[in-house]
Design a protein around this ligand. Structure first.
Ligand code: T5A
Length: 219
């Protein structure tokens, strides 16, 4: 992250990525705990889409199926960006400027991984939009929780409300994972964890890799 925005070297923007049921929400809480133990006190957690009043409203539109009207692919992209900008302007930028560490459950990589499944061409639109709208907002660290869709979806299958996106076929999530695997290779500041394995393994690995990353970034 090269913020003019963030002339405060102490703040960091950490993004968690992965498919449904990869454990991002749970591991985001655990990550906060690890950071606090390392004496990092100023931390906020956000989720995308969401985490501001308007972004949460957009989240609800994005997650809800409406009878007799489908959300078009391009509408979906624009709504994700609308929600992202609200969050960046209202929370992420201001908190980074105050020296906070921001942990975000999903960011731009989600749009690339999900919104290009149905139309590969969308990648061009996403590239243009992210260049215009969120330039210089690359995370300081992306943690990718790689999970087999059959395992991730099984973990969330007991939930009462399965939303519009979660209802998609396993084939959709196989393609999302394929996109993630392809795209994460292009990112240099990253940690990859095999999150198909049990929680204790994921926690232990996250802790080990984060502590290593913290040490590397102390200098
Ligand atoms: N989306 C989002 C896009 O399409 N484009 C975008 O640009 C953006 C930003 C967001 C939806 O929007 C889409 C992606 C999503 O479909 P969401 O509800 O925020 O919706 O969805 P997720 O982020 O996927 O949240 P989930 O809760 O479904 O998944 P998590 O957060 O990865 O998983 P978590 O932590 O809730 O864990 C799920 C269950 O698994 C258990 C947990 O205890 C929990 O019960 N668990 C494990 N069990 C066994 N072993 C492990 N290793 C486990 N890790 C967690």
């Amino acid at each position: 992250m090269k913020l003019k925005k963030n002339c405060h070297n102490k703040s960091k923007f950490i993004v968690l990525e992965g498919i449904e049921g990869s454990g991002k929400t749970e591991m985001s809480r655990y990550l906060k705990k690890i950071l606090k133990k390392k004496n990092i006190k100023k931390i906020i957690s956000v989720r995308q889409p969401g985490s501001t009043i308007i972004s949460e409203k957009l989240r609800s539109i994005l997650k809800t199926e409406v009878k007799n009207e489908k959300i078009y692919n391009k509408t979906e992209i624009l709504l994700f960006y609308a929600s992202r900008i609200q969050l960046l302007k209202n929370k992420i930028f201001p908190y980074l400027k105050k020296g906070y560490w921001v942990i975000s459950d999903r960011h731009n990589l989600s749009t690339i991984a999900y919104q290009t499944v149905y139309k590969k061409n969308n990648k061009k639109i996403i590239k243009i939009l992210s260049n215009i709208l969120i330039k210089n907002m690359d995370p300081d660290l992306t943690i990718y929780f790689d999970t087999l869709p059959i395992i991730g979806l099984n973990r969330i299958s007991t939930r009462k409300n399965i939303d519009r996106i979660e209802k998609r076929s396993i084939n959709f999530f196989l393609k999302v994972r394929k996109n993630y695997i392809k795209e994460i290779k292009k990112i240099s500041k990253k940690i990859i964890i095999n999150a198909s394995l049990d929680k204790e393994y994921v926690k232990k690995t996250l802790k080990k890799k984060i502590i290593f990353w913290l040490k590397k970034n102390e200098k």
